[in-house]
Design a protein around this ligand. Structure first.
Ligand code: GTP
Ligand code: MG
Length: 718
């Protein structure tokens, strides 16, 4: 039976912390990206003053020449500063109508203010009547971004020429993996691999010198045993040093602080990780390797029906169970959703006929243990889709072949075919099966299939999918055509390729990091009240674990013992990189284990931070990304509110080299290096250390606006 994972990003978060949000007013470390004065106001340059004389004003951010009566830049929306006289109704504002904050700050505060449940209490209502504005406390203008824009950039002139997004250069993955790393990359975590040519890859990995800093802080400096209860107390300090064995020099920190800052200033320790024999895969033990397969695509394309049908055909759903779904679905007047009900288990999902959270199911092929991750297609649930997609080794992109439906999925403004594809690619899945579903609705037309293949093919290649890594399968989940066998409908006789099941088996097995220290991002936490048991669910990204193994639970810093492991509802002894498992833990306070956390090797804790340098690719955005822009920051199974604190450079998409330093804003399709600061700390690794924990997506106003990788963890302020 499929497992309904809690791949749910909750919108119930309390954003109250936002109300006192400050924009570096007193922090000289952050620049505004231009020459703001101490009040954050941009003094008008000679050029700008001259421009004003001829009835235009030049935006200090994007340098666009706006008509004099515009109170905000037509291109980037930034407020004119000082505000145009006569446009301000308020006389209670700051001296001379100049806001305390810079235009950027004000704009930044308004940008993306429509984050879910984000209700800043101090938000000031601004009025926008007949082009007149604005009312409110200085420097505290917040509101719905769209309203804001309508008010400030009169006449709806605000438009960007949105062309289809193209990764016409290397993707963030490519940029980083091909060694094009940020010039400022100077992490303390330096990997030095052996340069000896005759050393095999595995041996090289074993010889990796990890300069690690491990600080484990606690509340009580007197007793190490207390540290176990309240969070670790140990702090490792000093210069990098080579340590043999498990013992590490640790000094007790007297500093109080949360254990989640365990790695805030990880003391440097050169300690090569030596995997034990059991951690490495044993071919005799299991011939099938595990493949995590995300089912993605536009809403209603048939993802759950396809998944349910496949499970039914492969005997993972019994006839009895299926009849039950069929009967219940018919009773609700949703007979066509019978197969989907195997995956859509909640009453709300069934009622609405849409998937809301990722469902996890298991089946075996000739070559793989498949972990199937059925994603929601509705745009409201993209955050949940992301949580599942971060685990994907490969993907099945389901397309609705019906006339108009394929086109809707490709729509630049709201088509999930596009967004899901970009996300899945950015999470590292480089093999994709395109299941062109509902072919029955177009009479199994070869022409329709070819049109879809041609149009979508262009887009997939623009997302860096290699031609050889894309498989195209015309099919009908509803009529069971081309799923596990050659199609029986003669209207599909023109197709001579693989059926879906064989296509899955033709995928290349992913490369796993078995010989690195354990990293298991926690996707879900299951607490059994009655039995007092605590389990976590997730995919092992690096290393391995087994019963009795001690793990460090981050970010809380608690040590737990693995009681047992389960894969596909079966107890297993060992889980290794790539395995999607349920881990039962003991000896840990359940309240200190959270989804979005990470299980790791006690001597190799994952980093925990709230300030990063990212290398990003901006997708199709209608609003430029500015310093101060507020974003949703998604990383493995967690999301956090973030703001852009620096835009360091623009990168040439072809070479990855810096093409411009300190640009004022970022537009569609640009590659850039930025710094973001999060509201709360998250578990993270630099991409060069662990891809799965170093990939991020940035969202705003319900859309993914940029994809990227963590190139540097900036030291948190103490
Ligand atoms: P979300 O999870 O909400 O994004 O939807 P989904 O992609 O999982 O679609 P789902 O499986 O719920 O199916 C949506 C509708 O499409 C249902 O009414 C299905 O019966 C129908 N459907 C699915 N596959 C086929 C098919 O091959 N042919 C036809 N004609 N209809 C199909
Ligand atoms: Mg579904």
């Amino acid at each position: 039976m499929p497992r309904k994972g809690n791949y749910r990003v909750d919108y119930e978060d309390d954003y109250d912390a936002y109300e006192d949000y400050e924009y570096y007013d007193n922090d000289n470390d952050y620049d505004y990206g231009y020459n703001a004065n101490e009040n954050g106001v941009v003094p008008e340059s000679k050029e700008i003053q001259e421009a004003a004389k001829i009835g235009i004003w030049r935006c200090p951010i994007c340098t666009y020449d706006n008509e004099d009566d515009m109170s905000a830049c037509e291109i980037c929306g930034v407020l004119r500063n000082p505000l145009v006289k006569g446009h301000s109704k308020s006389s209670s504002g700051p001296v001379g109508g100049i806001c305390k904050d810079s235009g950027v700050s004000i704009m930044a505060k308004s940008l993306f203010a429509s984050l879910p449940q984000h209700k800043p209490k101090k938000a000031v209502v601004f009025e926008a009547k007949n082009g007149a504005l604005l009312k409110g406390e200085p420097g505290n203008i917040l509101g719905d971004f769209h309203d804001f824009h309508r008010a400030f950039s009169s006449q709806n002139k605000y438009k960007f020429n949105i062309a289809p997004y193209k990764f016409d250069g290397p993707s963030p993955d490519d940029l980083v993996s091909s060694g094009m790393r940020s010039s400022t990359l100077g992490s303390k975590a330096n990997f030095k691999t052996s340069s000896s040519p005759d050393v095999s890859r595995k041996e090289k990995e074993l010889k990796i010198e990890v300069e690690r800093e491990i600080t484990i802080e606690g509340h009580d400096s007197s007793s190490a045993s207390t540290s176990k209860e309240k969070g670790p107390l140990l702090k490792i300090e000093g210069k990098p040093q080579t340590i043999s064995g498990d013992m590490m020099k640790m000094s007790i920190s007297s500093k109080s602080g949360s254990a989640k800052n365990a790695n805030r200033a990880r003391a440097s320790v050169s300690a090569p990780f030596k995997p034990e024999k059991w951690m490495l895969p044993d071919q005799i033990e299991d011939k099938l390797s595990q493949l995590n397969l995300a089912i993605v695509g536009h809403v209603d394309s048939g993802k759950s029906t396809l998944s349910g049908r496949l499970l039914h055909l492969l005997g993972r759903i019994s006839q009895k169970e299926f009849h039950k779904y069929e009967r219940e679905a018919k009773q609700l007047g949703k007979g066509s959703f019978a197969y989907a009900w195997a995956l859509d288990e909640s009453a709300e999902e069934r009622e609405r006929g849409i998937t809301m959270t990722v469902a996890v199911a298991f089946f075996d092929t000739k070559k793989y243990h498949i972990v199937l991750l059925d994603s929601p297609g509705h745009k409201d649930f993209v955050p949940n889709m992301i949580s599942g997609a971060t685990q994907a080794d490969a993907a099945i992109l389901v397309i609705d072949a019906s006339v108009g439906a394929f086109e809707a999925g490709m729509d630049a403004s709201g088509g999930q075919t596009r967004e899901h594809t970009q996300l899945i690619r950015s999470f590292g899945a480089d093999q994709i099966i395109v299941a062109v579903n509902k072919m029955d609705a177009v009479e199994y037309s070869r022409e329709r299939f070819d049109i879809i293949k041609q149009k979508l093919g262009v887009f997939l290649r623009s997302c860096s999918f290699k031609e050889s890594s894309i498989l195209w399968i015309p099919m009908s989940a509803m009529e069971n055509q081309n799923l596990v066998d050659v199609p029986s409908d003669t209207r599909l006789s023109w197709y001579q390729g693989l059926c879906l099941l064989d296509a899955i088996d033709s995928l290349q097995p992913p490369v796993r990091d078995y010989s690195k220290p354990l990293l298991l991002p926690i996707c879900d936490v299951i607490k059994s009240q009655s039995q007092g048991q605590l389990s976590v669910v997730g995919k092992v990204e690096n290393g391995a674990l087994r019963s009795g193994y001690k793990v460090l639970v981050m970010p809380s810093g608690e040590i737990a013992t693995v009681r047992s492991l389960e894969r596909d509802n079966h107890v297993c002894n060992i889980a290794r990189a790539g395995d999607n498992v349920t881990v039962s833990l003991q000896g840990v306070d359940p309240n200190r284990v959270t989804a979005g956390g990470v299980l790791c090797h006690p001597d190799f804790p994952v980093a925990v931070s709230k300030h990063f340098e990212l290398k990003i690719v901006v997708l199709d955005v209608t609003t430029p990304i500015l310093i101060g822009s507020q974003l949703e920051f998604h990383i493995h199974h967690t999301k956090e509110v973030a703001r852009v604190v620096k835009i360091l450079s623009l990168l040439d998409p072809k070479t990855g080299k810096v093409s411009k330093k300190s640009p004022r804003c970022l537009l569609s399709k640009q590659n850039a290096v930025i710094e973001v600061a999060l509201e709360e700390e998250v578990c993270v690794e630099e991409y060069s250390r662990c891809k799965a924990l170093g990939r991020v997506s940035l969202r705003a106003s319900g859309r993914t606006i940029a994809l990227g990788v963590v190139t540097k963890i900036v030291q948190n302020e103490q």
